[in-house]
Design a protein around this ligand. Structure first.
Ligand code: KIV
Length: 264
C-alpha cells in the first residue's frame, strides 16, 4: 500500500507509526517486506552514514535523486519519502517546487520531506496543491548546523516550545501530512503532538510522539557514530568484518574455492 493512509488512522487509534531510513536496493528490499513498517525515508543522513561526510550539507540533489529512485523502484509495498537536501529548496519558490516535483516525477517518491518551520508554509501549501505530499521536520534541523552553532536539543524553554507549536500548526495548516520532531525535549514533543491533528514522528524526542523513525545504519551498528538516544540492535560492522576476514583467511590458506565450479 504505497500511500500514507495509515498515518491519520494510526494517530486516531493511538497506534505507533514505524518509519525507518533506507538508501540502497538491498536494504530497501528487506524493509519493504516488514509488516510493521509504515513508510521509508530516503534521508539526507545518507551523507553521514554512506558517504562519510560529517554533516548532511554536502549531499547534492542529483545524489539524493539517485538514492530515491533506487529505493522507490525497489519498494512495491511501502510509501517512500524523499528528503530534500540542503539548498535544493528555500532559495526560490520556483526552484523549490521544481526540485520537489522531480523527486516525485523522476525519483518515484510518494512524498518529500522539508526541514524547517513556518517559513516553508507557502511552499508546502503550493506543493500539496499540485499533488506532492509533504512531511515537515522541526526541532533539531541538521541542515541548519552552521546557523544553530552545532547540533542542539530543541524545546528547552517555554518560548522555544511556543515557537515549535506555532511552526507545527502552520505546517499542518499548509497541508503537511506529518511532522518529524528531531531531538526535542519530551515536554515539547508532548505539547506539539497534542496541538496538531497530523501525526508527529520522533527521533530522539521521547515517547509522546505518534511514531518513531530511526536511521537504519545506527540500528544495524554500521554507523561510526551512534546517537545516545539510539540502541544498536545488531553489530553488523563487527559481523561483516568477521565474515570478510574468514573468507580472506580461507583464500590465503587455500580453503577457498573448494571446488572447480566451472567444468570445461
Ligand atoms: O535524514 C534523515 O535520516 C532524517 C532523520 C533524522 C529523520 O531526516
Amino acid at each position: 500500500m504505497k500511500n500514507f493512509s495509515n498515518f491519520p488512522k494510526k494517530k486516531r487509534q493511538q497506534q505507533p507509526l514505524v518509519l525507518i531510513t533506507a538508501y540502497s536496493y538491498s536494504f530497501a528490499k528487506i524493509i519493504d517486506d516488514i509488516e510493521q513498517i509504515d513508510a521509508i525515508l530516503v534521508g539526507d543522513s545518507v551523507a553521514n552514514v554512506e558517504y562519510g561526510y560529517n554533516s548532511t550539507l554536502p549531499i547534492t540533489f542529483e545524489q539524493m535523486l539517485n538514492h530515491v529512485s533506487i529505493v522507490s523502484r525497489t519498494c512495491v509495498n511501502k510509501p517512500v519519502i524523499a528528503d530534500m537536501p540542503f539548498l535544493s529548496y528555500g532559495v526560490s519558490l520556483k526552484d523549490s517546487l521544481s526540485n520537489c516535483g522531480r523527486m516525485v516525477k523522476e525519483g518515484g517518491a510518494n512524498a518529500v520531506k522539508i526541514e524547517g518551520g513556518k517559513i516553508f508554509g507557502e511552499l508546502i501549501y503550493k506543493l500539496t496543491s499540485i499533488g506532492v505530499p509533504v512531511m515537515g521536520h522541526i526541532g533539531l534541523k541538521p541542515q541548519h548546523y552552521n546557523t544553530m552553532g552545532g547540533y542542539k536539543i530543541a524545546g528547552k524553554t517555554d518560548d522555544e516550545i511556543e515557537e515549535l507549536i506555532d511552526d507545527a500548526i502552520t505546517l499542518e495548516q499548509a497541508g503537511a501530512f506529518s511532522l518529524i520532531l528531531e531531538c526535542v525535549t519530551e515536554e515539547a514533543s508532548k505539547a506539539i503532538t497534542s496541538s496538531v491533528s497530523i501525526p508527529t514522528i520522533g527521533i530522539g524526542s521521547g515517547k509522546y510522539c505518534d511514531g518513531q523513525i530511526c536511521v537504519l545504519n545506527d540500528l544495524l551498528g554500521l554507523s561510526s557514530y551512534i546517537p545516545s538516544f539510539m540502541e544498536k540492535y545488531v553489530d553488523l560492522a563487527a559481523l561483516s568484518k568477521e565474515a570478510i576476514e574468514k573468507w580472506a583467511d580461507d583464500v590465503v590458506g587455500g580453503k577457498f574455492p573448494k571446488n572447480a565450479y566451472h567444468k570445461s
